[in-house]
Each structure stands twice: as structure tokens, then as C-alpha cells.
Ligand binder design. Structure first.
Ligand code: G6P
Length: 611
């Protein structure tokens, strides 16, 4: 989604802004722009399309200055175009604004300002913010007060970076329901919507809270609350290295992140279940036996890939604890009036910790008295800060839009949460626990084995990349892996694909099956194997090509399918993690064959901060 970077200090801002924007490209965008203060005036350059277009404009019309803001835009209000790109300026270039999020009442404000003679050139909601600040500023308020007054008026979600022509040393930042960090350097300071944009300049960041404003100069950062009182904020030192946000020799971030999975899961497992310990270390979670006993239901709410991890969590928690669990996508959950009270636990799952619908679902649950646990990757993100309990997966920055390493780490996290709850409720013995622990400990090496044989998925992708219609089928946990596999294929290969519960296929979708259909069948759950096999026979009889994902040693069905990808033998609980990896690799290599933009697929954004 949109990206923001801002700079004030001794260096040339355009270079820093362009470099920062480059590092935010992965978030997905369709136009970009910068505004730079040259000491006298604000100069702006904007271009539709990729950053290279902006870079070319910058080469033709170099701008200079040591204060500036930059933006990559993912269109919401108005098509991608030079005019609609950010920054947006007030009419006479007194105010420049970059904005992530959506101003919900912009039409009312636009109407009001139009009547006062303000002329709007773009279709964006953001232009309203620039004009409104300008209006207050010209009515005699200072820059800071004008921004404050404007924030009192606007409704919706925003991260803002703002410049004023008469303040050549000041950058103002503000946020509400959209991520924004302030980076503290030596004699220079930064703002960014996402840490990788500024990490090569500083590791020290302040996370702004909702309704806070930061007034930033080269040698000072002051943060104010909504009542204009200065607030003291601790600096957060970013632990992960910039290398984690670079490709490190891989052709794409996606394949790099797929390959990081063994290490990430090993670290996660060793952190939470160290050798010699027969309980799970639930640091960050204050939920205890009495809270769990008191629960009447659990909801697991998330979007996209994180929702699929949540679905696996639902199965595991329900099975191990016998507490009813309902999993839902956040955009539905919010509007269907769910039963929420003090006896409800809401578990939200989010890689970025910033997904708007997930965040709003969390807030809604809290207002109803429910307890909220978050399974999150991004440290200090909005969801992590709002939740009562946080389980960090610490998978490092995930840059590829299609989530891979965060997914498998989220599934491991859900397993550990399910196990810990079941243990608190006395549902199994130390011996049983140790057996499961051993199985989870074997996951990293099993994934490594799958990765070593990735030429299998590559060859199959080459064979099947011409398919126009793909069905993923499976039962139980295999069905959930199917959903994730299908999503990956849609996201990065733009291949029409659907996931269906294998048993449900004959209630409609089987009508679509013909000799041009590829059916990918996931069969890792022993007790459901024969059932899914019958469904394979049904599609085979109708001419489909069938590619199966099964455990090593399962060879009796080979005559029924065209190809098989084998995963190492594992338990019912850990098999979904392993089965997800060939699905990721298959999608990656199909996309590779089709020549799509793998890390930044069309129309998608890494972190969806609008509803
Ligand atoms: C977007 C991304 C998906 C991601 C989903 C949820 O749609 O493209 O890859 O799964 O958001 O994101 P979250 O950060 O909440 O896990």
C-alpha cells in the first residue's frame, strides 16, 4: 500500500527520499512523488508508474534541498496519474502533504473550502488536507497549530508528512490508524511508514501513537498528544539487520523468504520450547488457566494468508482444548454483529500488524469487553500495541507481497498457543507434550529437505504453467493448505484457481472439470486419505490432470494421479506446515514461467491499511 518517507538534516533530501521510496516499493504502488524544500520554496516532482519514471524526471529537473517528503501511492481516490500522486500541494505551494490512509469526510471539507474559493486539481482526499492546513495557516495560526486544527476536523485514517514553505527546517508528521515511525539520526531525522525505508540511516525509532503529532527538525524531535501536550516516548532500537530486507543474492524476495523458513521456525521453536522445558514459554501472554477456563468461545480473525493460518489455529485449538472456536475474515467479522463479551477471546493474526480491518475488529472486540491476543510479526505495530497479549513470531521483515515465511511461522505460533492452552487445562501429560515437541522440532529440517528438492516443483510448474483453471482440493487441514496454495497462485501467477473442500466438489464445481483443468490434491491427513482419493478418482474420470501432495511412502495411489510431490513423513499437526512449502514453490515457479512481477504483483499491496 502507500509508502511515506521524509527527511530533515544536512544531506540532500532527494537522494535519501528516492532511496527510501525504493525500499518501500515492495508495499505495492502505482505512482510516486517527492516534495523538497530548497530554503525558499517547495519544489515537487511526481510521476505515474514505477519509481524509474520519477527518477528520470528528477534527472531532467534536479531539485535540491535538505528537507523533503516522498510517497509511493496505491490509488484509492482517483486513478493513478501524475496529478493524483502525492505530495499534494495547497494552491500556491505553501503546504505540501503526503498521506497514507483515507479521509472519510473529505467531500464535506472540499465543499466547504470550495465555497471559500479553494480550487481542487486532483481527485484525491489528500488535497483537502493540504488546503485545510493552508486555510488555517492563512487565517493567522502557526504551522503547528494549523496542522492540529486540521487533524481535529478530519475523520478516517492517516499517516501524514507535511511541509510548509515558511518553515524550511521543519517536518511535521501525524498518525491515526496508519503506521508511521520517526527515525532518530545524528543531526538528521526521518519519518517512514515502514522501517526498511530508513534502516540504513538509523536503528533508533519512535513509534507514534494514534492522534499524535511529531514536530521534527534536524536536531530535535518533539511528540505531542491530541491536547498539544508534549509526550515522552522511549526509543525502540530495531534489532533486525538491513540484510534481512535485501535480496541477498536471490532473484526475488519471495524465494529468499521461502528459503528462510527453516531458520525462522527453528528460532521460534527454540525460543518458545527450549530444550529441557516441558511447557511452552508464553512470554507476552498473560492469559492463565483461570482466564482460559472462563472462556465460552474464541474467535480467530484475520485477512488473506493470515486468515488461513487462523483457520489452522481454529482446528487445533478446538481439537486440543474443546473450546468452540470461530474463524472469520476481519472484513466480515466486523459487520456481522458477533457475540462478544468478557467470556470471549479474540485472536487476531497479522504479519504487518497494520491491516485496517483486522485492527478495527480488534478495537470492536475490546470495546465489548473481550480479551484480545495478537499473533504478529511487526514489532511495535498498531495491532501489537492495542492487543492485551502479543505473541510475536519474529520472522524478520517480509518484503514479498505474497506472504510465505510469516504464514508458516504463524501456523507454528497457533500450534504453540493451542498446545499451551491445552496444557493449562490439563488436557495432556508431559509425555504427550514431549512427543508433540519432538514433532515440532523436526519441522525445520523437514522443510530444508523440501527446499533441497525444489527442482521438483520447478519442473511441475513448467509442465502446468499453461493451465487456465486450477482447483486445489483437500479435507480438514489439507483443505486449509489448499486455500493457501490457491491464494498464492492467484496472487503472483494471476492464474484462476479455487480451493474446494474435496467432499464439496460434487456439489457444483465438478461441472467445471474437463481435460484442461489441473487439480492439485493435498492428502497429508492419514484418516482422510481414502476419502480424498475417491474425490481424485471423480475428477480424473472427467479428464482433469491431477497433481498430488502427499507424505513420503504413500505410493499406493500413484496410478490415480499424474504427478506427486512428496513431503517428509510428519504428524497430522505439522503436516500442514510442510505441505504449504511445495504450494509456495509451485506458485513461485509458475509465476516465474509466466514472467509476472513476483514480488510486487499487480493491484496488490503488502499491508492493506484501508478497509
Ligand atoms: C494483504 C497481503 C496479503 C496478506 C494480507 C493480510 O492482502 O497482500 O499477503 O496476507 O494483506 O496482511 P497481514 O499483514 O494482516 O497479515
Amino acid at each position: 500500500m502507500c509508502g511515506i518517507v521524509g527527511y530533515v538534516g544536512p544531506s540532500q533530501a532527494p537522494t535519501i527520499l528516492m532511496d527510501g521510496l525504493k525500499r518501500l516499493e515492495y508495499r505495492g504502488y502505482d505512482s510516486a512523488g517527492i516534495a523538497v524544500h530548497d530554503g525558499n520554496r517547495i519544489n515537487m516532482l511526481k510521476a505515474k508508474g514505477k519509481l524509474i519514471n520519477l527518477a528520470e524526471k528528477l534527472k531532467e529537473n534536479p531539485v535540491k534541498g535538505t528537507l523533503g517528503i516522498g510517497h509511493t501511492r496505491w490509488a484509492t481516490h482517483g486513478a493513478p496519474s501524475d496529478i493524483n500522486s502525492h505530495p499534494q500541494l495547497s494552491g500556491d505551494s505553501v503546504i505540501a502533504v503526503v498521506h497514507n490512509g483515507i479521509i472519510e469526510n473529505y467531500l464535506d471539507i472540499k465543499e466547504e473550502l470550495s465555497q471559500k474559493g479553494y480550487k481542487f486539481v486532483s481527485e484525491t482526499d489528500t488535497e483537502t488536507v493540504a488546503h485545510l492546513i493552508d486555510f488555517y495557516y492563512k487565517s493567522g495560526m502557526g504551522f503547528f497549530e494549523s496542522v492540529f486544527k486540521t487533524l481535529e476536523r478530519i475523520e478516517g485514517a492517516y499517516a501524514l508528512g507535511i511541509l510548509c514553505k515558511d518553515y524550511p527546517d521543519t517536518l511535521i508528521a501525524a498518525r491515526k490508524n496508519c503506521p508511521l515511525v520517526v527515525g532518530k539520526g545524528q543531526g538528521e531525522n526521518f519519518i517512514a511508514s515502514d522501517i526498511p525505508a530508513i534502516l540504513h540511516h538509523t536503528r533508533d525509532v519512535y513509534f507514534l501513537d494514534d492522534n499524535e503529532i511529531a514536530v521534527i527538525k534536524a536536531d530535535s524531535i518533539k511528540i505531542y498528544d491530541r491536547n498539544q501536550n508534549e509526550v515522552q516516548r522511549d526509543i525502540y532500537n530495531v534489532k533486525w539487520d538491513i540484510d534481512a530486507a535485501e535480496k541477498g543474492g536471490y532473484e526475488h524476495f519471495m524465494i529468499k523468504e521461502i528459503n528462510e523458513q527453516p531458520k525462522i521456525i527453528q528460532d521460534l521453536v527454540e525460543r518458545r520450547m527450549p530444550e529441557g522445558r516441558d511447557t511452552i514459554d508464553m512470554s507476552g501472554i498473560k492469559l492463565r488457566k483461570e482466564n482460559i477456563q472462563n472462556l465460552s468461545r474464541i474467535y480467530i480473525v484475520a485477512c488473506g494468508t493470515a486468515y488461513h493460518a487462523g483457520l489452522i489455529g481454529k482446528s487445533l485449538i478446538e481439537k486440543l482444548t474443546r473450546i468452540p472456536v470461530i474463524a472469520d475474515v476481519a472484513s466480515e467479522f466486523r459487520y456481522r454483529d458477533p457475540v462478544l463479551d468478557e467470556k470471549t477471546l479474540l485472536i487476531v493474526v497479522s504479519q504487518s500488524g497494520e491491516t485496517a480491518d483486522t485492527l478495527e475488529a480488534l478495537k470492536m472486540a475490546k470495546r465489548s469487553g473481550a480479551r484480545v491476543m495478537a499473533v504478529v510479526n511487526a514489532v511495535g505495530s498498531s495491532i501489537a500495541r492495542e492487543a492485551d497479549d502479543v505473541f510475536y513470531i519474529l520472522a524478520g521483515p517480509e518484503i514479498s507481497v505474497a506472504s510465505t515465511k510469516a504464514f508458516t511461522a504463524q501456523v507454528v505460533a497457533m500450534e504453540l498457543i493451542a498446545l499451551s492452552m491445552a496444557q493449562e487445562l490439563g488436557k495432556f501429560s508431559t509425555e504427550q507434550f514431549n512427543k508433540i515437541k519432538e514433532e515440532i522440532y523436526s519441522v525445520p529440517s523437514s522443510i530444508s529437505k523440501i527446499l533441497q528438492k525444489s527442482s521438483v516443483e520447478k519442473a511441475l510448474a513448467e509442465k502446468y504453467s499453461g493451465s487456465s483453471n486450477v482447483f486445489f482440493i483437500g479435507r480438514g487441514l489439507d483443505y486449509i493448505v489448499s486455500m493457501e496454495g490457491s491464494l498464492k497462485l492467484k496472487e503472483i501467477a494471476y492464474l484462476h484457481s479455487e480451493a474446494y473442500a474435496a467432499g464439496e466438489l460434487k456439489h457444483g464445481p465438478i461441472a467445471m472439470i474437463d481435460e484442461n483443468t489441473l487439480v492439485i490434491a493435498v492428502l497429508t491427513q492419514e484418516e482422510l486419505f481414502e476419502k480424498t482419493l475417491s474425490n481424485i478418482k471423480e475428477v480424473k474420470a472427467r479428464g482433469a490432470k491431477v497433481l498430488a501432495v502427499a507424505m513420503e511412502g504413500k505410493s499406493e495411489f500413484k496410478g490415480e494421479v499424474d504427478d506427486v510431490i512428496y513431503i517428509p513423513r510428519s504428524s497430522w499437526m505439522t503436516a500442514p506446515i510442510l505441505a504449504a512449502v511445495p504450494a509456495q514453490l509451485f506458485a513461485y515457479y509458475v509465476a516465474y514461467c509466466l514472467g509476472t512481477d513476483i514480488d510486487q504483483p499487480r493491484n496488490l499491496a503488502k499491508s492493506v491499511t484501508v478497509e
